[in-house]
Every structure is written in C-alpha cells, then in structure tokens.
Write a protein that binds this ligand. Structure first.
Ligand SMILES: [Fe+2]
Length: 268
C-alpha cells in the first residue's frame, strides 16, 4: 500500500488511504535538501509517519482542488510546520484556509525541484495538476483508464476540453499519479462495453488479472491512456468499432460522445 519512488533528484512517497474511495496521498521530496510538499493530505497519521521516518522538511501544502477528501488536513500540516497552502482561487470560498493563488504555467519551487502548474478544469472549475520531472499529479482529472466524475460542481464539456485539448498533448512517457486508484473498476466498466473477440479486449482482461484490490495499482503513463482510456479515444472511429453500442455514438460530435460515455460510466 506504500511505495517510495526514488529518482536522481526527487523522491515521491505514495500510499493508498484505507477508505472506500481509494484516495492516494503523495509527498514529493527534493532528494538533495529533503524539502518536501504534501499534496491533498487526507491520512494525516500516515503522512506524519513518512515525514518523521524520512527526516523530511515540509515546506508547502498543494491542493489539486477543493473537494473535502483533498483538503481535509490542510490546517493540521499548515499549523504544525508553519507552512503555506497553494491552490487555484477560482472557487476561493470553498477552501477553509487562506492560501496563495497559483495558476496555469506557474512554477512552484521546492528545494531544487520545479513543479509546473496546469489548469485542468472539468471535475470542478478550480482543478489544477502538477508536473515535476517525468510525473503528472493529476488529482481527479484522469484516473488510469478513466476520468473524474462531474457530479460535484463539474462540467463535462470543460472536462472534454481539458482531456482532448490539453492532457492528450502531454508526452507519452509522462507518468500518471492520480488522486484515487480506480483502475480495477475502470477496466471492469471498459470490459463491459466492448466486444470480446479482439486484441484490445484481451489486453483489458489481462490488465484485470493483475489488479489486486488491496494494493496500489501499477503506475501508468500518458501513452497507456492514449491506447486504453476510452475517454481519450472516444474521437476515434477505430475505437467506436470496439463498442457494443457504437451506433449510439456514431452520429454525435466528439464532445457529445465524451458526455455520453461519462453518463454510461455514472450509470454503470
Ligand atoms: Fe474530487
């Protein structure tokens, strides 16, 4: 349930929170200075344990968005370490703490690390993602093989534009670190809507065999999403051919297809 990713200049700590929503918490550390940033703190005890055991210096809390499961322990860490919070201020009043506004293309500095901010609205208007080195912390915008829901202040048209005009342009080798681990459910949904007798379907069935519900899923990259995430491929006729209900999609424009797929996932 816990993993430390070690690279030359940064370490990433990630773990699965023990809740039904399978939140994933992250700490990013500059390997030279041990300065670190806490993203969307939810399990405060486990985060504390990581900070103490690894002798980390917390410098900042970052929020991808203001949903309660992403901001729950902001104040705890801000007070304990006398550190600030950075977030996007579109829905300013939903955050319960004072914070510094960050937006598209800002660079957040932690030790030697440079964390780039992307505005990725759709799941909710204030949603931002963070790119550092080869990783994108994408909150509830993209999940492996899926995208965030739009039930709580979300907008499916906006999410469509974020995925198809922004996230799809990111490099294939960028690794995805989402706010929840929904891979198994997303694969089961995908398996339920596609025909069985093809290579794509057998890949999905094989990925499902690798899923272990009490463990963190293996990290996927943008290249994987471009091949297996139905929300990334809903604009392709070759993907529509794989769907059992392709006739429902064929007369729709790309944005309408994306919305229909989001509705199908919600009703599944
Ligand atoms: Fe959320």
């Amino acid at each position: 349930m816990f993993e430390k990713i070690e690279e030359k200049d940064l370490n990433i700590y990630r773990f699965l929170v023990e809740n039904s929503d399978r939140n994933i918490n992250y700490i990013i550390e500059c390997a030279r200075t041990r300065d670190c940033v806490i993203i969307d703190p939810l399990d405060k005890d486990f985060i504390d344990k990581i900070i103490i055991n690894n002798d980390l210096n917390p410098k900042l809390v970052l929020n991808t968005h203001a949903h309660p499961d992403h901001i729950a322990y902001n104040s705890y860490f801000m007070d304990k370490y006398k550190i600030k919070l950075n977030a996007h201020n579109i829905c300013k009043d939903l955050f319960t703490q004072e914070f510094d506004n960050i937006f598209e293309n800002d660079i957040v500095k932690i030790g030697d690390l440079r964390i780039k901010v992307l505005h990725t609205p759709g799941h909710c208007p204030e949603h931002i993602s963070f790119i550092v080195n080869n990783y994108v912390f994408c909150g509830d915008t993209i999940f492996a093989c899926g995208v965030g829901n739009v039930r709580f202040r979300g907008d499916a048209s906006m999410l469509f534009r974020t995925i198809h005009h922004k996230m799809k342009n990111l490099p294939d080798n960028l690794k995805l670190l989402p706010g929840h681990d929904y891979l198994e459910n997303n694969l089961k949904f995908l398996d339920s809507i596609i025909f069985d007798d093809n290579d794509f379907a057998s890949d999905i069935k094989n990925f499902l065999l690798d899923c272990k519900s009490n463990e963190l899923s293996e990290i996927k990259d943008i290249g994987f999403e471009k091949k297996y995430n139905p929300f990334f491929r809903i604009d392709e006729f070759s993907f529509l051919d794989l769907l059992k209900t392709s006739d429902k999609f064929s007369d729709l424009n790309m944005e309408e297809r994306f919305k229909l797929l989001r509705d199908m996932r919600d009703e599944w």
